[in-house]
Write a protein that binds this ligand. Structure first.
Ligand code: PMP
Length: 431
């Protein structure tokens, strides 16, 4: 496959941008080779600067759920753009999008817009501390919640991919105020609350962990977090940046949340339709502690700007029940095809699913926490990844990430993926 133009741009980028990338996992450090410089996308497919075309199973890490450059999204965004990009003042789109989110997710009584998932989590953490007057935040190893200091302690995603469990620059104070527990471990959770329950400001968890590969919560795990938080006066922050509006119209909680409720929910990715937009949402009495009503400060020059909100509104409008049924169907077809190819070539793996998010742990049986996820065969993944790419399928360049489908995937894409997977599985088996 011709990659000379991607190579050219990457060497140019490396001279002015650390590692040549604006976000670490894009650098292909874990999988080798040169990152492809994508310059256009249409529906399920992306094209790189050398003219190579790929089925896209990254979808900008989640936002492109209706595919690239969907005509209805382009139309709304273009109309918004022609009237200016940002005013730094309230805009009707903000109310429309907040209403749409609240209608879908009843626990989102109030919604405050920001520009990235990191900012949403940062705000939720500050709000939880402000509301409770406590400092301690509990998180789970292998879960990723953005790159704010306290959340980089034992995180997933690029932190796991690059093996940087505790980034330099995170102060001892931040580490001391963060307790890290094993994901899906009820005993550790119960024990922490019985020993230090009165110190906990919040427990934050991914609605379904998908930043160490896909590791769904065990039955009752999220519910137990909600229960313990309520008993001890702590808040539950449900991070739905990845799962929100992807696994159902009301996110993970909307689909699997009967009998329990988070206090705060963080959202991102899909609600911005590919433009920078995220949100923190939750119970009115907590959310109203935010300035200007309350004294917990949070702000943003570009927050809720009319262009990003128009992309979010257009994307959510396209996501009716038929769209979710289609996403589930495509995820099943693709996941089954890959797992079938791996089985066909006797490559041991665990095929893990959370709604329409899925991933594969090569060389593993079932994975329920980060310690187990870390035992996967990353060399085999590297071979698998590169073979998929060479055969026209772009998957996340890391074994610690979920794969993302879009409603734009076609039957012919599924065939392309199945063929590529057969070749990739053979390459792994022969290595
Ligand atoms: N939380 C979760 C669950 C995420 O998956 C991510 C990003 N992958 C974030 C937070 C951070 O979002 P952003 O990259 O927009 O800052």
């Amino acid at each position: 496959m011709e990659t000379s133009k991607s190579n050219y741009w990457h060497s140019r980028a490396q001279r002015v941008i650390p590692g040549g990338v604006s976000s670490p996992v894009r650098a292909f450090k874990a999988v080798g080779g040169t990152p492809r410089y994508f310059v256009s996308g249409a529906g399920s497919r992306v094209t790189d600067v050398d003219g190579n075309n790929y089925v896209d199973l990254v979808g900008s890490w989640g936002p492109m759920i209706v595919g690239h450059a969907h005509p209805k999204v382009v139309e709304k965004v273009s109309a918004a753009m022609s009237k200016s990009f940002s005013f730094g003042a309230p805009h009707p789109n903000e109310s429309l999008l907040a209403e749409s989110i609240s209608q879908r997710v009843s626990a989102a009584e109030r919604v405050r817009f920001v520009s990235s998932g990191t900012e949403a989590v940062m705000t939720a953490v500050r709000l939880a501390r402000g509301a409770t007057g406590r400092a301690l935040i509990v998180k789970f190893s292998g879960c990723y919640h953005g790159h704010l200091d306290s959340m980089l302690v034992s995180a997933g995603s690029g932190v796991a991919t690059l093996g940087l469990p505790n980034s330099p620059g995170v102060t001892a104070g931040q580490v001391a105020d963060t307790v890290v527990l094993e994901y899906n471990n009820f005993d550790e959770l119960n024990e922490l609350f019985s020993e230090r329950g009165s110190e906990v400001a919040a427990v934050i968890t991914e609605a379904a962990a998908a930043n160490m590969g896909v590791v769904p919560p065990l039955d009752g795990f999220n519910e137990q977090i909600a229960k313990l938080c309520a008993m001890h006066g702590a808040l539950m922050i449900l991070d739905e940046v990845m799962t929100g509006f992807r696994v159902s119209r009301a996110g993970w909680w909307g689909k699997y949340g009967s009998g329990w409720q988070p206090d705060l929910i963080t959202m991102g990715k899909v609600i911005g339709g590919g433009l920078p937009l995220a949100a923190v949402a939750g119970r009115a009495e907590i959310m109203d502690l935010l300035a200007p009503l309350g004294s917990v400060y949070q702000a943003g020059t570009l927050s809720g700007n009319p262009v990003a909100t128009s992309a979010g509104l257009a994307t959510l409008e396209l996501l009716d029940q038929d769209a979710y049924d289609l996403l589930d169907k495509r995820a099943g077809e693709i996941g089954d095809a890959i797992s079938g190819a791996l089985n066909g070539h006797v490559v041991q793996h665990s095929y893990q699913v959370a709604g329409n998010l899925f991933s594969f742990f090569l060389g593993c049986s079932r994975v329920t926490n980060y310690a187990q996820a870390s035992t996967q065969d990353q060399t085999a993944f590297k071979i698998f990844f590169n073979s998929m790419l060479d055969n026209g399928v772009s998957i996340p360049p890391s074994a610690f990430e979920a794969w993302f489908v879009s409603t734009a995937i076609t039957d012919s894409d599924v065939e392309t993926i199945a063929l590529a997977a057969d070749r990739a599985a053979r390459s792994v088996a022969q290595a």
